[in-house]
Design a protein around this ligand. Sequence first.
Ligand code: PMP
Length: 441
Amino acid sequence: EAKALDARTQGSLATYRRANQVLAGGVASSYQARDPWPIYLERGAGPKVWDVDGNEMWDFHNGFGSMVQGHAHPAIGAAINARYASGTHFAAPTEDAITVAAELQRRWGLPKWRYVNSGSEATMDAIRIARGLTGRDTVVKIFGSYHGHHDTVMVSIGIEYDQIGDHENLASLSYGAGIPQATVDMTIAVPFNDAGAMERRIERLIAEDRKPACVIMEAAMMNLGVVLPEDGYLQAVRDLCTRHGIVLIFDEVKTGICIAAGGATEKWGVKPDLVTLAKALGGGLPVGAIGGTEEVMSVVEDGSVYQVGTYNGNPLGMAATRASLLEVMTPDAYAHLDRLNERILAGCTAVIERYGLPGYAVGVGSKGCVTFSPTKVIGYETFKANQDAAMADLAWLFNMNRGIFMTPGREEEWTLSVAHTTEAVDRYVEVFEELAVELTA
Ligand code: PMP
């Protein structure tokens, strides 16, 4: 399969050779890199993308889950064009910034909002707000979870399994070089789906005079495929944070907009103090947002915490976001995504059962995946211990060679878009069945 993909992507290879002369590693972001070379895209329309070799693919990658609206949606295009004609940037607020905040307030039930330009900025500012409010430094995150590329959260992500050992006593680990050890040490990771472990760790931190400012987490983990919260887990975390006066941040950069109108907050009915959004929020433009309670956002309103940025609330991004939220991501759109996701999950589950594959299909809203693990993954440790990485790699190559564009990682999930149809998801299942046939032949 690797050879076949190489043969199909010779144009990407030629592009890579040119790109490599001017772009570090030939890519704009390290997450776009891939061995032996990246796939360079040229165009997207609705549920499909085309690479520079002219390969037409159903897009299940969707820009790491940013394009839940589908590519080149006419309503978003019209909003961008209209805005362009009357100026794209002032660094002064516009009407759309108010309209979007009102819609986010309605969806999340959180009263006060601010904008940023990416998920990383959203989590960076949210953590600063929590620290500013509480006057504390320590941050609690989930073992193995990703919240962007700023120093505080580039901690205890991709840990090798043999490094994990006794996770309750594992030191915080830097994710890549260039992060000050003092910053790494301020971030403490605890396992997902284990409120007891979080409680023990928080009590220990309090005893050490290091009471956390916040817990930052995804309500459903979206970087181990999809890992859903076990019953009662989110409420237990909520109660724990309330009891100790710790700010609870739901990082909904991936789940927000994509899994329900009001994201994971709506889906599981547990309300955080702060929520972070990005990716799909901007309908293809770089827009992020932070929403919070009156109490938490008061430190922004009184000016004690600086929440700033030249491009925050950029009119072009706000116009695209307004059109996306009000015209594209309607109740009908969410119903469509739920129906399609049920269909693809049921299709994959049927294949798994028919061919006796060691794995399961899991998903929510527009997101899902087949997890190649004989047992259920509930967090980073069970993922690392049980995921068949070779199978995940093979499935990716197999998909790519059959016109299914997916994220080139073992940790990602599919994101359906409103432009996807039963034809798209049925093709996915058909290719998955072909893989099953070959594996069991
Ligand atoms: N939080 C989560 C949950 C994410 O998945 C990501 C990106 N994968 C980020 C934050 C960072 O977002 P960005 O890449 O836009 O900075």
